[in-house]
Design a binder for this molecule. Structure first.
Ligand SMILES: Nc1ccn([C@@H]2O[C@H](COP(=O)(O)OP(=O)(O)OP(=O)(O)O)[C@@H](O)[C@H]2O)c(=O)n1
Ligand SMILES: C[C@](O)(CO)[C@H](O)COP(=O)(O)O
Length: 251
């Protein structure tokens, strides 16, 4: 009988959250009564088909406290790098400690995408599991896309940027996470990009530059990346609502 490859998860969680504008890294901000990271991990914990979730923390992380995450299945390693790309690569290397093999799958998911839900994770797994390359959760672009004009000169900077032109939006998608690839192939692709000095902002790009075409799996707006100060109001409303409707379901 053929043995199915196992499914591992790497959660890069070593960022500073500079764009969120607070001292505390955003993954530790309290949202709907828990750390933002808790909500992300709870969604993966609810998927029993996942073998191991590994959270990649910054080496000097002074905020992580396992007591706030009791009841959730995951491991942490303090192997975060200077960039997300480096943190993911270090996390993939650390997966060997948990018995991950080159043919196993890994789902890489941003700690900051706390709106992820078990159904979305399963949707991606179902869509990608038989693919030779892998795939990512993404959303077709819904808005009109403008390219900003370069600032004319440093002295007379206008109060708002100006539009240079409108980009054609057909066939454009917004990449989200999870991004699901084979452990070995992803490690090799990221390593190669790093050695060749390419700065990548997601895992799929590491494959695209080698000529592969990963799958786009239609995700959900719920799974947005908490990035700017206003995003906290949105995620708070979403997760509080989810919590109260779950309470309602169980009473
Ligand atoms: N050196 C880094 C940088 C980012 N991340 C993680 O990658 C995910 C996506 O990155 P982003 O949203 O940009 O987070 P930050 O880097 O924390 O935010 P900012 O760019 O605003 O500082 C986050 O979960 C973040 O913790 C990481 O593990 N290691
Ligand atoms: C991986 C990602 O979430 C896909 O949209 C995104 O590229 C991460 O970018 P960031 O600048 O590290 O937040």
């Amino acid at each position: 009988m053929a043995v199915r490859e196992r499914l591992f998860v790497v959660i890069p969680c070593a960022g500073m959250g500079k764009r969120a504008g607070s001292q505390l890294p955003k993954q530790y901000r309290i949202v709907a009564g828990r750390h933002l990271l808790y909500h992300t991990l709870a969604a993966f914990d609810a998927c029993s088909e996942l073998t191991q979730t590994l959270v990649v923390l910054a080496r000097d992380d002074a905020h992580f406290d396992s007591r706030h995450f009791s009841g959730l299945r995951f491991a942490v390693r303090r192997c975060g790098g200077k960039s997300r790309q480096e943190s993911v690569l270090n996390g993939l290397n650390a997966l060997a400690e948990f018995g991950a093999r080159a043919d196993d799958w890994v789902l890489v998911h941003d700690a900051a995408r706390a709106g992820i839900q078990p159904e979305l994770i399963r949707l991606l797994i179902r869509a990608v599991r038989d693919d030779p390359v892998g795939g990512i959760m993404a959303l077709p672009l819904a808005d009109t896309l403008k390219r900003q004009a370069p600032a004319l000169d440093a002295v007379a900077v206008p109060s708002a940027p100006l539009i240079m032109h409108t980009e054609a939006r057909a066939d454009l998608w917004l990449a989200q996470t999870p991004q699901m690839f084979r452990v070995g192939m992803l490690r090799e692709a990221l390593l190669r990009a790093q050695q060749e000095g390419h700065i990548l902002t997601d895992e799929a790009s590491a494959f695209e530059r080698l000529g592969y075409a990963p799958k786009l799996v239609h995700g959900s707006l719920r799974n947005f990346k908490v990035t700017y100060p206003d995003d906290f109001e949105v995620i708070e409303a979403m997760l509080s609502h989810q919590k109260s409707s779950q309470k309602g379901d169980s009473s």
